[in-house]
Design a protein. Structure first.
Length: 166
């Protein structure tokens, strides 16, 4: 599932092994897109309440969508070595899977810049799912957030990367 190359250096460390922000100043600007996903599993009754819009705290998915967008915009404030990025687009979708009693979140993030938006997409998904948990925890503290991962990245010198596997 991973395309890790053991010969690729970890570029967030300098020659002395100290953490530093990667210098992207010499990179060419290009259109960059990343798509990430994740899910939250809950009791069927909780999912039914969510789907029917009967959560006590209001529009769970509307609030979670806004939180996810805000999370993408604030990634550099949360991930110490992430670059502040001017995002050109953030799109967040939720899909209810009643059969597995899960809510799937997918975020697509875009920019034109010198570094990718993978972290922004995964942060958006994480914050969106955490917001769902926060808004529904009064009725289901056992919800499980899992599977947050990158599905696709486009742009930059490395071009296109697509996740393989489920």
């Amino acid at each position: 599932m991973s395309d890790n190359n053991k010969n690729t250096p970890l570029n967030h460390f300098n020659a002395k092994g100290q953490a530093h922000m990667v210098n992207v100043g010499d990179k060419a600007e290009s259109a960059r897109i990343a798509i990430a996903t994740g899910l939250i599993q809950m009791l069927p009754e909780t999912l039914a309440r969510l789907s029917a819009g009967q959560a006590a705290k209001g529009d769970v998915l509307g609030v979670a969508r806004l939180a996810a967008i805000q999370g993408a915009k604030k990634t550099a404030d949360l991930i110490p070595l992430a670059h502040p990025i001017g995002l050109t687009h953030v799109e967040v979708d939720f899909v209810v899977d009643a059969q597995s009693s899960t809510l799937i979140c997918q975020a697509k993030v875009a920019t034109v810049g010198r570094t990718g938006v993978e972290m922004e997409a995964m942060t958006a998904v994480s914050i969106g799912l955490l917001t769902v948990y926060d808004m529904l925890k009064a009725v289901d503290r056992g919800m499980i957030i899992s599977g947050v991962r990158l599905l696709e990245k486009r742009g930059g010198k490395s071009g296109v990367w697509l996740a393989n596997g489920p």
